[in-house]
Design a protein around this ligand. Sequence first.
Ligand SMILES: NC(=O)c1ccc[n+]([C@@H]2O[C@H](COP(=O)([O-])OP(=O)(O)OC[C@H]3O[C@@H](n4cnc5c(N)ncnc54)[C@H](O)[C@@H]3O)[C@@H](O)[C@H]2O)c1
Length: 343
Amino acid sequence: MGADRSSGAAPVAVLAMSPFLTPKLFTRAQLDRLGRLCRVPDERPLSDFGEARAEALLAEAQVLVTGWGCPLLDAPALERAPRLALVAHAAGTVKPLVTEAVFARGVEVTSAAAANAVPVAEYALAAILLANKRAFALQRAYAAERSFKPMLEAHARPLGNYGRVVGLVGASRVGRKLIELLRPFALRVQVFDPYLPDEEARALGVEPVALDTLLATSDVVSLHAPSTPETRHLLDARRLGLMRDGTTLVNTARGALVDHDALEKELVSGRIEAVIDTTEPEVLPADSPLYELPNVFLTPHIAGSMGEETQRMSELVLEEIERFVRGEPLAHRVDPELLPRLA
Ligand SMILES: NC(=O)c1ccc[n+]([C@@H]2O[C@H](COP(=O)([O-])OP(=O)(O)OC[C@H]3O[C@@H](n4cnc5c(N)ncnc54)[C@H](O)[C@@H]3O)[C@@H](O)[C@H]2O)c1
């Protein structure tokens, strides 16, 4: 089963994703590079395995280059792709498309989650630095009061980016990238992650702590754990209550990590502040107070790759396909054993 890489013939690559995505995701130069690595019978991506072109393309596909909008790769789909050996996902999580059947067939899977982690970490870094200055709340207060009074009053509480404490939940790909980005700043970084050995945390230059301690001692808490049954409502009413008055919660991970009813109560009371990119549900109900609260900076799931940033994911996938063609091990292989605790 799979591509015969010993024959020297270029494997056949087929794209499967939303057709609206490809022009931005793959530049002309990137598609040309794919064409030099593989034989690409049709550059137009499949977005529905029921369409007329799908049968012939799937029958010869050895490499499936997937992206957002790729149909489910279940047993019936795999039956139609008997030569498939590699799924190269030019996006983050493979969970919405890759089923057990893919791994059971021995098809290798790689994902660009590491490339997608970069803009999320950059966004979280910006959020942390601005939250420590209380920039989000003070922008609203300045506009409302047209005076420096709120800024002057802000000094009554800890403020700024010198010696303050950042608490990261999850040493994930995003979490680790953020640790790296935070290094030049005069901030103390502590981390909670049940899968991160203490010595590894120290090697990363961060302090491993229990979740309750992290919440009670951080000026900004930034969430970077995946949404799994284990992390559902990880921040419940009790844990949100541990955050000190005036501190900030940053969520660029998933809304499911936080009990949103409890969060709403804390935010409506004005006790804590929040920068929220991911909510539960998505989109929030039209009457949610989170849209208007002065202590909430709410964005529509923009931390991950957007626009040109998506080309970083294509680049990673092309490098993986090159390794595959050369018969080298993949650098970002998705391990089905680890998948339950990954994003
Ligand atoms: N806002 C966006 O646009 C956007 C884009 C990409 C990713 N995300 C989200 O960012 C988060 C991180 O993504 P990733 O790809 O870096 O994740 P990942 O797959 O690298 O995370 C897995 C790691 O998380 C840690 N972890 C697992 N369970 C944990 C727990 N119970 N408590 C604390 N840590 C735990 C472990 O270190 C594990 O190895 C995810 O929630 C993901 O959905 C959001």
